[in-house]
Ligand binder design. Structure first.
Ligand code: URA
Length: 434
């Protein structure tokens, strides 16, 4: 087989065979197929698409390119949750403890952040002492005992995806539905959970800007999961503005802990509950959606979810005094208010710009070797649908210096303020099942 023929076939709109897809994935992972040929194929797929069968084969081949984690020594039905990436997305810190408090094991592998979205592990490391480097035995034991553990992603999970994703990032081939579906699902399937709930973001701050594309992506991923016998469900949720009010590492832990203590921050509470309902139902923890919703809401209000979070933090070496007293979490010294230039209604908050402003402050990484500052971040005082007077504060930057012109400018530019009141976008747009 020759790679040039595989590229030409896809370029001309053909359907690749199983053998051709495996030949490409294996050759590219081993290094016998060079970047320039892989780039050409990715671009051909970008324009020509893939059938459901091709996408399924691509996913399988990427799973087989590395280790597949065996979670069979963890008792019970293991559920996993994955978000396609959002700004201010601290939902995992709420759903994890909520689901664990319902007795359902959550064994989560997570990554660090790059670019405008933050990483789960970076956020957890704002808690002093929190450790994600665990042996397989310690990870398994922790999930069996506490129902929740988060470990750093091991090096060899779907290495083909790792290599291809870096290539797609610099060849303008990220936003292709079959390629995103294969990329996400290969990592999820290799992580070994019995079932998966996906939070597929839609809107200006998401990979998929339109509801139609987000639905197509969700359907593709659900189909892949179903095909390999792992129940998969997708919630399509809004990313036309950041989630909640806090962006940044310690900022997001503080806000998640508030929701876990029963505070009603409406979008965070609603989306966390929705995802937790589906995760616990997949595991058979409740007999109906109504029962699940009622008990999970009670868990937020009566302290069970918070207690599960506290136990999880302690089990992973984190300083629980920071959870008991959230003011002990790192917080940079300076606050910079961003005032509204004129009066009006907040019509848009571009999530990607808010994420980039947080990255400029030091909350995220521009390159993978950058150091994170856990104590810097952004608090949104106004969100879509709110009215502001001229000079009133839209948002506050918590920064390491008294002025931060690039972050200030980016955040100011994220807001669109107009003369008419905009409806607040629906938070949950759709649920996609097999
Ligand atoms: N996240 C991934 O892991 N892969 C993609 O292709 C896009 C988002």
């Amino acid at each position: 087989m020759r790679m040039v023929d595989v590229i030409e076939k896809k370029r001309n709109g053909g359907v690749l065979s199983k053998e051709e897809i495996h030949y490409f994935v294996e050759g590219y992972t081993e290094g016998t197929i060079p970047d320039y040929q892989a780039s050409a194929l990715m671009m051909a797929v970008y324009f020509r698409g893939m059938t459901a069968e091709e996408t399924g084969t691509l996913t399988e081949a990427m799973v087989q390119s590395g280790d597949v984690i065996d979670l069979s020594s963890i008792h019970g039905h293991k559920v996993d949750k994955h978000s396609t990436g959002g700004v201010g997305d601290k939902i995992s810190f709420i759903t994890g403890p909520l689901v664990a408090a319902a007795g359902v094991p959550v064994a989560k592998m997570s990554g660090r952040g790059l670019g405008h979205t933050g990483g789960t592990i970076d956020k957890l490391e704002s808690i002093a002492g929190f450790n994600v480097e665990m042996s397989k035995e310690a990870f398994t034991a922790s999930v069996n005992e506490h129902k929740l553990a988060v470990a750093g992603q091991t090096g060899n999970l779907a290495p083909a995806d790792k290599k291809l994703y870096s290539l797609r990032d610099v060849t303008a081939t990220v936003d292709s539905i079959p390629l995103i579906a294969g990329s996400i699902m290969s990592k999820k399937l290799a992580s070994g959970a019995d079932s998966i709930v996906l939070d597929v973001k839609t809107g200006s701050g998401a990979f998929m800007k339109s509801l139609e594309d987000s639905r197509a992506l969700a359907e593709e991923m659900v189909r892949i999961g179903d095909h390999v016998g792992r129940e998969t469900l997708a919630v399509i949720s809004d990313m036309n503005q950041p989630l909640g009010h806090e962006i940044g590492n310690a900022n997001e832990i503080r806000e998640a802990a508030a929701v876990l203590s029963g505070e009603n921050i409406p979008d965070l509470r609603k989306l966390s509950l929705e995802l937790a309902v589906h995760m616990t139902l997949q595991a058979g923890a409740y007999s109906s959606e109504e029962e699940a919703r009622r008990d999970l809401e009670a868990s937020l209000d009566d302290g069970r979810a918070f207690q599960a979070f506290r136990t999880f933090v302690q089990a992973q070496g984190g300083d629980v005094s920071m959870i008991d007293d959230l003011s002990l979490l790192p917080r940079a010294d300076h606050e910079i208010a961003i005032p509204a230039e004129h009066a009006g209604w907040v019509q848009e908050i571009d999530a990607a710009s808010v994420g980039t402003a947080a990255m400029y402050l030091g909350a995220g990484r521009a390159t993978k070797d950058d150091e994170i500052d856990h104590g810097v971040g952004i608090t949104l005082k106004k969100k879509i649908g709110d009215y502001v007077e001229a000079g009133e504060t839209l948002a506050v930057l918590t920064a390491a210096s008294a002025a931060h012109p690039d972050a200030e400018e980016k955040l100011r530019g994220a807001y669109t303020i107009g003369a008419s009141r905009q409806d607040v976008p629906e938070l949950i747009h759709d649920i996609i099942r097999a």
